[in-house]
Design a protein around this ligand. Structure first.
Ligand code: SF4
Ligand code: SF4
Length: 209
């Protein structure tokens, strides 16, 4: 209670000095303010623009950048996901939904386990790209990648189903580079953000913000 009172005092104790000084003739014409504004505008003409021509030019991103998910296949091309629901339970945004299917005889090459995800959807508008689904998955079936989720005009187009999530059999997505020891160490350092560029020196010093 005492702490709350102190915080309230700090928040309400701010002061602003109000001046009743008479404005000069130039000030009444706003000339100094306009000149100041023009100088600031002109100074930006000689600065390097912060914008980039995306998607032709892309900013470098951290090795642990968390972007669009992929549902992985195993070494034989069968879907790894067994529709256990652990990722959906772990998801703080309730972005994942799925329905289960039972593997039939002759479908061993399609699905790794007897149970598989008949449908699997992630609502990319709900997803906060925290990576908890990846951490929760006991089958190493779901990973976040460095791919950006495309812009869309319709909300429904942000619901990604298996057609967009399961990796193509002839275009596998390599996530091993993202799971190196350096990346795993990076994830352990508190305070480092996923969109921050990897700096081994900071990592060694246990850098904190
Ligand atoms: S990254 Fe986080 S928010 Fe997005 S689907 Fe996975 S657990 Fe949910
Ligand atoms: S992605 Fe992993 S955690 Fe999610 S349902 Fe499939 S096997 Fe389970």
């Amino acid at each position: 209670m005492q702490n709350l009172k102190q915080i309230k005092m700090q928040l309400t104790n701010r002061k602003v000095v109000v001046s009743n000084k008479e404005q000069s003739f130039a000030e009444r014409l706003y000339l100094p303010a306009i000149a100041k504004g023009m100088i600031i505008t002109a100074s930006h003409l000689f600065k390097k623009p912060p914008t980039i021509n995306y998607p032709e030019v892309k900013r470098p991103i951290a090795p642990v950048y968390l972007g669009q998910h992929v549902l992985k296949r195993d070494e034989n091309g069968a879907e790894r996901c067994t529709s256990c629901g652990m990722c959906a339970v772990a998801c703080p945004a309730e972005a994942i939904t799925m329905t289960s299917g039972e593997r039939k005889k002759g479908e061993e090459h399609l699905y790794r386990e007897e149970k598989y995800a008949a449908t699997y959807e992630i609502d990319m508008l709900r997803c906060i790209f925290c990576g908890l689904c990846e951490e929760a998955c006991p089958k190493e079936a779901i990973f976040l990648t460095d791919r950006l989720v495309d812009a869309q005009f319709e909300r429904k187009d942000f619901i990604y189903g298996k057609d967009k999530l399961v990796e193509k059999i002839d275009a596998r997505i390599d996530v091993t580079k993202r799971q190196t020891q350096a990346v795993l160490d990076f994830k352990k350092v508190k305070g480092l953000k996923h969109n921050e560029l990897f700096d081994a020196n900071k990592l060694n010093k246990g850098h904190k913000h």
